[in-house]
Design a protein around this ligand. Structure first.
Ligand SMILES: [Zn+2]
Length: 221
């Protein structure tokens, strides 16, 4: 049994980026915890934080994850506070839960909260002696990762793939909990868009559907 921590900036990123893989970890009997740092709503005129947090609870239940922490950092404004504040929130969860594997955002997403989440995770995961986190993986988030400019220093280059063929339909069903976040195709954050990306990631490595990750660090002992 592994302890897995998912750290996302907004409620829905956990499903978009790593939903199929979470379902796989849960099925394998791994202990999964999800930490969502931001409220995902304050940047909107009609933002409803309570509703979004309810959706996150429902989505976590559907994933089979009981352990969900919802912080309320202001949406699209993580740069309005000291990075240290974000780091401390992550450090607290890591020191209590002691995960071996951490999944988080690609550090060069277009979204500023995603960028700073990555920066805070890497800072919180300084590999000091006896540190619990052995493996850090970043995921891609449709309508942020691929919307960044595609220069070589920014682009998401996956090197680890999870076969999620068994879970793709469930992933999309769970994402529908966040109905306000879904758009119509050809917007990337649509049911079709999610399936197409999973299909593309799958065909890169011979699976029907996959989620792709970038391995940031793997410490083997
Ligand atoms: Zn996000």
């Amino acid at each position: 049994m592994n302890k897995i921590l998912i750290i996302g900036a907004h409620p829905d990123d956990e499903i978009l980026g790593v939903g199929g893989t979470i379902l796989k970890h849960v099925k394998a009997g791994d202990q999964v915890k999800i930490l969502i740092l931001g409220d995902g709503e304050t940047a909107r005129e009609t933002g409803d934080i309570a509703k979004r947090q309810n959706q996150a609870q429902t989505a976590a239940m559907a994933l089979g994850v009981k352990d969900l922490i919802l912080e309320k950092l202001p949406d699209n404004q993580f740069d309005s506070m000291p990075l240290l504040e974000v780091v401390k929130k992550i450090e607290k969860v890591i020191s209590e839960f002691k995960p071996e594997i951490v999944y988080t955002h690609h550090g060069n997403d277009l979204n500023i909260d995603h960028q700073l989440t990555f920066q805070a995770v890497i800072t919180a995961c300084r590999p000091q002696p006896e540190f619990c986190v052995k493996k850090i993986l970043t995921f891609e988030t449709l309508s942020s990762t691929e919307w960044q400019n595609k220069t070589s220093d920014k682009i998401f280059l996956p090197n680890e793939y999870q076969d999620i063929s068994e879970f793709i339909d469930k992933k999309i069903e769970i994402l529908k909990n966040y109905q306000d976040e879904l758009r119509l195709y050809p917007h990337p954050r649509s049911a079709e868009g999610i399936k197409i990306l999973a299909q593309y990631r799958g065909l890169e490595v011979g699976f029907k559907y996959a989620e792709a990750f970038c391995l940031i660090r793997n410490i083997i002992n």
